[in-house]
Design a protein around this ligand. Sequence first.
Ligand code: MG
Length: 369
Amino acid sequence: MKITRINVYQLDLPLSKPYWLSGGRLRFERLDSTLVEIETDEGVTGWGEGCPWGSTYLPAFGKGIRAGIDEIAPQLVGAEPHRLDVINRTMDTALPGHPYVKSALDLACWDILGKAVGLPLCELWGGRTIEPVSLHSSISTGTPDEMVEYVEAARARGYRMHSAKVGADIVLDIDRIRTLTNVFAATDALTFDVNRAWLPDQAIQVMNAVTDCGGYFEQPCETMEECLTVRRQTRQPLCLDESIHTYQDVVRAQTERVCEVIGLKVGRVGGYTKARRIRDFCVAMGLRMNIEETGGSVLADTAAVHLAQSTPVTHRRGTWLCHDMLTVDTAPGQGARNEMGQTVAPELAGLGVEPDLSVLGSPVASYGS
Ligand code: MG
């Protein structure tokens, strides 16, 4: 089986309401998503999606994915899509670095392999576990009272784990953390995600002021070095998210004992071939993971749910469904959806999601014949 054609689609994904991260420093209204369709000479077609969370969240942006695919795709035409390590080496040779560019292409090849052998992706990535995948909500930064309202709205939809976005103003942050803890800590699991907004001295002050609150803290500072300073002077469980781009980053985080949890965002690390290696390292080393995408429609989310579904339940924390915050649905009625705070990977072969072409429109680029 050989790749004959690669079609690239661009889609704007509006958020159902504006969203603030990092204490209001970063604002989001729509995402720029890239969907990839890979055709083969045996009639099997695979789909992938790459969608950074805007252009300010990571060193990644929607136009960058399509520019990168323009460099890589001609090298993949004629390649064998089921040879995933070979595909990834080809991509890394065609364009060193830029991992987020490659994720959609990698996923589309996995989808082809799953369809060809008649197995869902979770079976190829270690085997389906019986436990459903626990979901966490994503709570925009706001005043303490606004954030209580946002969590209440998520609870009404079944969520019992919440990633509350804080950062920027440490006096207000202590108020946010105390307020959310007082209202929800008895029944729900809370993560306070700082999205890099604090400097180490601020992180140490806030975290040590709320040691009685419990909860997890995520990416308090910009760099791994800064987060290590925080780790050494605080007690709460710490999650690294934006600092994790490569397998080597996770090895370093573990070697230096920077964190106990990582955010395994698949697009950021370059796709499922690479994410699965990181997942397996984390399982071996006792690091718990939030397994999810950086953004995207139900297509991207469902792939992440397959990886979570094949990860031991002991080693996964929450999975976030970006599509639950969008007004556009690329595959109505399909894929992994929120079912009162949980979901399961589809039973269909491959990814188990076929996007609605009427939603995607015409390709913005095509490679091959
Ligand atoms: Mg995060």
